[in-house]
Design a protein around this ligand. Sequence first.
Ligand code: 3HC
Ligand code: NAI
Length: 690
Amino acid sequence: MTAINDVTKLDIIENVGVITLNSPPVNALSANVREGLDIGVKKAIENNDVQAIVIICEGRTFIAGADISEFGKEPKGPSLFEVQDVMENSPKPIIAAIHGTALGGGLEVALTCHYRIAVKSAKCGLPEVNLGLLPGAGGTQRLPRLVGVEQALKMVTSGIHLPAEQCLKSGLIDKLSSDDLLNDSVSFAKEIISENQPLKKVRDINEKVEAAKGNDELFKNFRKSIERKTRGFLAPEYNIQCIEAAVNKPFDEGIKVERDLFIKLISGNQSAAQRYFFFAQRQVAKIPDIPKETELLDIKKVGIIGAGTMGGGIAMNFANVGIPVTLVERSQERLDKGIGIIRKNYENTAAKGRITLEEVEKRMQCISGNISIDSLSDTDLIIEAVFENMDLKKEIFSKLDLIAKDNAILATNTSALDINEIAETTKRPENVIGLHFFSPANVMRLLEIVRGEKTSKQIIATSMVLAKNIGKTAALVGVCPGFVGNRILAQRQREANKLILEGALPWEIDDALFEFGFPMGPFAMSDLAGLDIGWDKETSRGETIREILCENERFGQKSGKGFYIYDENRNKLPDNDVEKIIQEFAENKQIKRREIEKDEILKRCLYPMINEGFKILDEGMAIRASDIDIIWINGYGWPIYEGGPMFYGNLIGYDKILSWLQEMEKEHGSDFSPSPYLEKVVGEKINIFS
Ligand code: 3HC
Ligand code: NAI
C-alpha cells in the first residue's frame, strides 16, 4: 500500500491499482482529494505491475461532488479538469466503483473513467441545478452521450438521483455489483484486461446525441414541460442550453459552452443564494446549547387531539412512516369525518399514481380513533390540534397531565397562543413544546418547533430528530406572538392592506410579489384560504376591506368571488366591483389615492419583514439569520434563488434598508421604526451570517 496523501492511498491487487479516497463526510472533491486522484492515477499509470485502475471510496459514499464550501475561494491544487484529463487519457482502463451517491463532480469523475460499476443501493445524479449551477466538469456533455438526450435533460434540470438499476438500464453504468464492491470491481477490471476491452472514452460516443440532432421540437417541448416548476430560476435553462450544445456541437466546443455558462451562474446571486440555502438547511438542525449526544426518547406511538384540518394532516405524516397514530375527537361523528378525509387524501394520491392502493391500506392501518382522551395514556407523543382557544387548550393540557405517560412529549400545534401559559397548566412544563405544522400539514415541509421557557433539552432534541424522520425541515423558535414565520408575515399583510387603500390594487400587489418569485401574492392567498376565517357576521361592522367583502358574500375562491372574481376553472380575474369598494372605503377614510410603482410595492412589503427579522434575532426568538430564511423558503414560498428575507436584505444592503425605514418612520410612524439591532449591525458593520 502507498499513501498518496492524507485522503488517498494506492493498493495493488492482482495487477489492478486500487485508488481509495477517504475524505469524510462525503468525499467531496476538495483540493486534497483532487491532488490525491491526480497523483494516484499518475502513479498507477507509471507502475508496470498495474494493468487497470479502480477508483473507490471509503465511508458512506462515492464522491458527492465538488466541495461546495470551496466555491468563491482562491483555487488550490490541480483543477478538476486537469485531473479528468489525466484520467480520460490514461493508457490503462480506469473503473469507477460506486457506492452511496456519485453526485455532481463525483459523477463527472466517474464519467471520465472508462467503465463504471455500482452497488444496487447506489445512486447517480447531477444535482448542480439545485445549487443554481450546472455540471461544470463535462457532465452536460458526457451524460447525454451515455443516457440519451431526454434522460439527460430530466437529470440535469431536476437533479434527481437515479438508482443504480436505472443507471444500468440507461447506460450510465456498465455493471451492477453484489455488495462486495471492491472484489467485484477488481474482477471487472481483470475481465476488461483479459478480454482486451477498449478504452471507452465517453466523449467519443456519439450515437445518442446524434439521434437528437435537428430535433428542435424535443427541446421546445421539454422547456414547456418544466416551465411552471422552474419559473424564475436561471440554472434549468442554462443546463438545457448545455445539452443543446452537446447535440449540436463537437465535444470540445460543447465543453466551452458549458464552461461559459457555468461561470455566469457561479458568479451570480441566484447560485450564491442556493448554495447558502444548502448549508442553511443543514445548519438549522443544529442547536448550539443541545449536545449531539443528547439521549433521545423513543417515539413509537403518537396521539393527536382534534381531527380537523391540521390534526388529520399531522396524523398522515406519522402514518406515512409507519408510526401508529390515535386521533381523539369530541364525537364519533367528527372522528369518522376526520378519518374519512384522511382516507380520501390517500386515495387521491393513489389515483395520481404516487402511491399504490396497498400502500393506502397500510397507512390507514396506522391510524385509529377514539373519543376519549384516556386512550392516549400509553402514547409517547401527544399533539393537541383543537380550536385556537386558550381556555380549551388549557383544559386539554391539564387533562393530559393526569393521563399521559411520565416522559411523554406534550405538544401543541397552536399558531399564536402562549405556550408557556399552556405549559403551566401541567406539573411537567419541561415536557411541553410547540410543534407548529403548516397547512396542509401532510404537504408543507416546514415545522416550527417552539421552545417554551422550561422545555427540556431532551424533548427538543427528540422533536428535532422526529421532524427529520417524518420528512420535515424543523426550525427551533421561541415563544412570541406568531412565532417567527407568522410574525414576519404579519408585516407584509399589514403593508399590503395599507397599500390597497393608498392606491395600489390587490392584483398589482399580487403581481409584484409573484414576479419577485412567490407562488402567489397575499390577496390571492387570502382568497384561497377563505376570507371568512375568523369573520363573524354578527359582529362585522365593515371596518376593513375584508369585512366588507365578506358582508357582500365574497368569501374567496370557494364562493367564486373575493378580492378577485373566479371563472369556472378557478382562474382569477380582477374585478371592478372590488376596485370600487376599495375606492369608496379609502374616500370615507380620507386617504388620498395615488399611483404606486412596483418597486415601491416590493419595498413596502419586503423591507418591514426584514426589519422584523432583526427584531426576532435581537430577542433571541430565532437562533440565526439563516433559520429565518429557512422558515420563509420552506413555509411561505420565498423564492430559494432570493435566499430568504435576511439573505435578500444583505444583498440589497442593510444600510439602504435602514435609511429607507428611517425615512418612512418620519413620514408614517412606528410601523417602520427600525430594529435597534439593525441599527447596530449597520453601525458596527456586523456580519450576521458568520
Ligand atoms: N461539499 C461540501 N460539503 C458537503 C457536500 C459538498 N458537495 N455535500 C455534503 N456536504 C456536507 C454537508 O454540509 C454536511 O456537513 P455538516 O455535517 O457539517 O452539516 C455533511 O457533508 C453531510 O451531508 P448531509 O447532512 O447532507 O448528509 P446526507 O447523508 O443526508 O446526504 C448527500 C449526503 C446526498 C451527499 C448530500 O450531502 C448532498 O446532496 N450533497 C450535495 C451534493 C451536490 O450537490 N453535489 C454537487 C456539488 S456541485 C459540483 O459538483 C460542481 C461540479 O459540477 C463542478
Ligand atoms: P379545525 O377547526 O379544522 O379542527 C379542530 C378540531 O378539533 C375539530 O375537528 C374539533 O371538533 C376538534 N376539537 C375541538 N375540541 C375538542 C376536544 N375537546 N377534544 C377533541 N377534539 C376537539 O382547526 P384547525 O385548522 O385544524 O386548527 C387546529 C389548531 O391548529 C389551532 O390551534 C390552529 O391555530 C392551529 N393551526 C392551524 C393552521 C391552519 O392553517 N388551519 C396552521 C397552523 C396551526
